[in-house]
Design a protein around this ligand. Sequence first.
Ligand code: GAL
Length: 336
Amino acid sequence: MAALKLFGRLNGKPVYLIKLANGDIEAEIISFGATLRALRVKGRDGEMHDVCLGYDSAEDYAKQDGYLGATVGRHANRIGGSRFELNGQEYSLSSNEGANQLHGGIEGFSHKLWSFNCSEYAVTFSLDSPDGDEGYPGNLHAEVSFSIESAKLRIEYKAVSDADTLVNMTNHAYFNLGGHESGKVYAHELCLGAEHYTPCGEGNIPTGEILPVDGTALDLRDFTRLGDRLDDAALALTEGFDHNFVLSSSPAAVLYCPKTGIEMKCSTSLEGMQLYSAGFLSGRVGKEGAVYGKHHAVCLETQHYPDAVNKQGFPSPVLRAGQKYNEWTEYEFAIR
Ligand code: GAL
């Protein structure tokens, strides 16, 4: 059975920590935000390395704005002007990044207390998001399950609503395969299976175009040392990568750390991935006193494209009443 312990309390309510372990991989997930707090995998030295950034207290998670390890919803990434039209009706969402909505609003899924059920190698979290929550229509029942098998973590997302709505859930884990405390990821190598990306304008809102990565700083189709790209002038506005890629191969991405020998393959049912190289992370005190800063991690946020509801030609993030949302992402580890 998964191990369960009290992690802390928020507004008098218990926040639990669930640990899944099988000898090859150990995942710690807390019930606030259905948040991946730690992920330990074997390195070349035979030791377990915690490759996910996180915090030591429930209070740190309640006030965090970096979404470390959190389940993000109802709608991950940005919705321009915090508005959309559905079935001829205009919906106005809460704004939490200028005029736009980011990661589901002021109190999105990342900041809610989820209920859960555990089995030996899995935990399923559930949340009821009421009609009008952060502006979204429909009573939505959402579930996120984390399960382990061999050296693989699988995250599965399910949702159903009683009215047409938007759903776009992701996990916002910050990976550092050298260990969560090991600083900049410059020596990591990344290969991302995307021929195209969705360029953005002001506020990092997509223009609606889908452009080839060929000949740009976003071409990661071959293994690329992150240190050779993150300070590229073409990525200055976003302090490194903070871009949505149009996935075109499986696995979607492979990340490798030469120091520990740990390689992580990311596969998904989703069509997009926001690659975020933590350009806006600064001086945060994380687990065991580790200080997290700029470029100390990489997020591979599998998702529908940002602002897709407002962009013709982007795959739709609309979930129709009664229809079942079911998407998954897997992170599989190996040693090279
Ligand atoms: C990313 C987003 C970044 C930043 C980050 C959280 O998904 O694209 O711009 O907001 O989340 O700090």
